[in-house]
Design a protein around this ligand. Sequence first.
Ligand SMILES: [Zn+2]
Length: 576
Amino acid sequence: MAGRLDNAWIDELLSRVPIEEVVGEYVTLNRKGRKLWACCPFHNEKTPSFNVDPETGLFYCFGCHKGGNSITFLSEYEHIEKIEAIKLLAERAHMELPERSARPAQSAYENDLKDRIYEANRFAARFYHARIWQSEGASALKYLYERGLNDSDIKRFGLGAAPAHGSELHDALVKEGFSEDVIRKAWLSGENEGRVYDMFRERVMFPIINPRGHVLGFGGRVMGKGEPKYLNTSDTPVFSKRNGLYGLNFSLGKDVPRPNRLILVEGYMDTVMLLKHGISGVIATLGTALTEEQVRLIKRYARELWISYDGDAAGQKAALRALDITDGAGLDVRVIDYPSGMDPDEFLKARGREEWEKLPRHKPAKYRMLRAEDGLELSTQEGMTEYTVRCCRILKTLDNAVELENYLRELSARTGYTRDVLMRQIGQVSVQPQPERRIARPRDIAKPANESENAQKLLIALLAAGLIGPDIVKSEDFDNELYAEICTNLSAGEKPGAFIDSLPEEQTAQALEAISYTPLPETPDAARKLAEELLATVRRQRLNSRISILTERLSTAREDEKEEITQRLNELLMKL
Ligand SMILES: [Zn+2]
């Protein structure tokens, strides 16, 4: 979003509001050398690895690798879009946002369209909510009463009823001044052979609202015999099922204390019921299995995720699938184990909140081992063998030695196999190929490929800190294209905070790590000496790789080529 505004304007904005002031409003910063340090507000830690650099205009955390400029900080911390963060900063800086006409027409249209869709959705939510108290909402109201909700719950969660027939909502929206384009793009009505109809008919309506109070879309549960049982807003310019989560507004709204864990349930009704029972931080996916996009979103808000799916076979299967998606995402995941096929709502109604708190919350491996029993007859030798093999396969994926030891002891006691036999089995079983994770861990992205990459990274750090200048290092000195680009920007006198957003998004983590690298030499003299050593490393590595290419060629070269190659090799070796 920032890229769509004039770069010079953004630069001006960032330079008028020092980053240490912006971050300092949320986090207590302590100066240590050139940088200001704090415990990271984005992950739990006891020793500070989060720093703010007034020089570069950037913040960066060495623990969780979050970083960026003031705009990034505000949008991440406040969970707002970048354009909203820009507006906040502009207010502080007493700067006016550039005229909309100054932006490309397309994006102005998109922003207007999004705003209009939010408005249409808000209107629709009110429309549905009003209907639930009228005669046409009687069956929806009865359904909610039967589930145990009262009038104030229905108001609190903004639930509604979609009329059974026709295009009432559409007509009301048109009367209110919304265009057909907006109504259609909001997925509120459709058209078939010239006849307009509302998308949601005869359904209990659950508005999906983001933490900032925007109505993104709806989920509707059918009242009559219609299909499908659950219908959700399809993808629109403001909503995507893969990304969306129901219930975030109840847990992360403006005046709600932020929970440190979120609870993932199967649907709208479960969300509402758990919240009603006073349990906070409850969210649901929108008619889909948990996606990687949603896991990323969850991670933005909490460190811990409790999966609270139904205790029946379908729920257990879904929980296992969810575990596969959350593996390696850096979340502390637990699965709540409901007894004898109960669902969360049933359990709470039957036994109450206190008992709910006492339910076992299993770690992923433990839960998988429990499920490994499913479909097996453990009283038979065959069943016990298969169970043991399955468990060993699960344990093989553990990288925590203490945890592994605990499970081994348990498994040994359970199966009668000695620890030794189990260990050998773990060594032998082949791990089933895991689906490839697309959640790239910043650590992996930022990992330097080799010594030369590392040297280039440090050179960038020295340059960004102003310890060396463009007289010492030039963009040609970098093999890494990203570093070369950063070098060009820095040499042109640009601040990292200003150009970081213009780098390709998948590379910002790597750029931030390089720019924020610490510790650095204190004096320019020491920095210059280090830079020279680093440049030598980069050059040596370049020579080495050319030498190895030539050596390779030499082994397959024709006789008449050999002499020339040998000569060039000797020249290169001399330079080493
Ligand atoms: Zn952090």
